[in-house]
Ligand binder design. Sequence first.
Ligand code: FAD
Ligand code: NAI
Length: 464
Amino acid sequence: MADTEFDVIVIGAGPGGYVAAIRAAQLGLRTACVESRETLGGTCLNVGCIPSKALLHASELFEEANHGTLAKWGVKVGQVELDLDAMHAGRKEAVGGLTKGIEFLFKKNKVAWLKGHARFTAKDAIDVGGTAYRAKNFVIATGSSVTPLPGVEIDQRRIVDSTGALELDKVPGHLVVIGGGVIGLELGSVWKRLGAKVTVVEYLDQILPGMDGEVRKEANKIFKKQGFEFHLSTKVTGAQAGGEGVRLTVEPAAGGAAETIEADVVLVSIGRRPNTDGLGLDAAGVPLNKRGQIEVDHDFRTAVPGIYAIGDVTPGPMLAHKAEDEGVAVAEILAGQVGIVNHDVIPSVVYTFPEIASVGLTEEEAKARGEVKVGKFPMMANSRAKTNRETDGFVKIVADARSDRVLGVHIIASVAGTMIAQAAQAMEFGATSEDIAYTCHAHPTHSEAVKEAAMAVTGKPIHV
Ligand code: FAD
Ligand code: NAI
């Protein structure tokens, strides 16, 4: 085979693409992965999951020291000072280490890294920086970018997207977040903990769209208690950036009198859209749906034989682990094996404090399909949460009324992101609420709240 010919070329080295490339190479396929960024790892490792979690962790430590949580436990720290440069250095170190790690894995597994922007010139050929490459199969894993808001021009200084919000060189006095979704609440939490006043402007009548109704309401209550200010059912109609700040014009979503909000920094986080610009999909004959996504079938095949797509560029939740699992599955399919992703059981976690995690159907979705039983258990009654003084939140289990099969689990708790894994595994194995209720859980752990919520499905929890 010539140097420019491969069994598989993966376009994009995010969690979907790099995982697909490594798996394909492990299965003996001659594999290349094209990436236009300087480093591997995509949105998630460079400007998404990893840097945001580094700042969430660091800012939580700062807040614990600064607002007396440590002192309440007898840990006196004296004068607390913020060294934002050191915090950013920690973030960069995390990103650098992990992106280099992918480079190492590419070398180890003999994945060829083609540096540059890929563009289809035909259905079996791409151009990268003036060189033509051919492959038997292509996997499009080009991910997503921030959705722009007309009239609110991002300059990454006064008006930023998530990438700019990860790199602010000082704590804004007033941060206004447009969009009360995952990014707005996570990055809003970072800067709030470091001292900013945070106002969230959300178009809908509640934050966190798509989540279970009770979870959305409870989360709103908890964040308000933390000092977040919410303008719900409100739309932003314009932004004027000056030397010192931004004047935002807002009005009720349903129409009405306009108001202005003065901000030092504005974060635009109203969702993300698929990356397909300049990819030459016309030349390959791959169509887009109305939302600009590449539609795929159960086996990740696009409308064009030999071209597959995974991750954020396809419909479904925009989550790193969904992209990764699809990466493994598509590579296994290309190697002639059976690759499957159960899209009904994809957990999602919002890494605020407390964390918010869910898997499966919301109560509203489940009720629309049939009769359900619901069990709830408050973290206030969980001994470990109470001991740690982390009592906000609850576990909620939605089960089919007849079969008792678990349809959805929704958790607000300090460690909800860890707790949701057992719920996902139980659902993957087709568990009933009774199965969870009769599984022995270690004491004292937050996870006992999952067992008690399962017991509550039949009305018999012990500790409430
Ligand atoms: P991406 O990670 O977007 O990677 C696509 C890659 O393709 C990019 O590197 C891009 O440069 C490259 N590319 C695009 N077009 C071309 C081309 N034509 N030629 C060559 N290369 C190209 N998800 C979670 O599950 N957990 C989290 O905690 C989390 N936190 C997040 C925090 C933030 C601030 C953001 C923005 C996102 C977060 N996400 C999180 C979402 C997560 O980052 C994405 O779901 C995930 O990265 C999608 O993976 P992907 O492989 O589909 O695409
Ligand atoms: P999002 O879809 O989570 O939230 C966007 C919010 O903006 C919604 O509440 C929406 O109603 C609101 N909105 C839309 N247009 C608006 C307007 N004009 N004015 C005011 N509000 C408006 O999108 P977000 O937060 O940008 O995140 C993008 C994606 O990144 C998410 O889909 C998520 O899957 C992923 N992500 C995941 C994380 C995680 O798993 N922890 C962390 C961060 C991002």
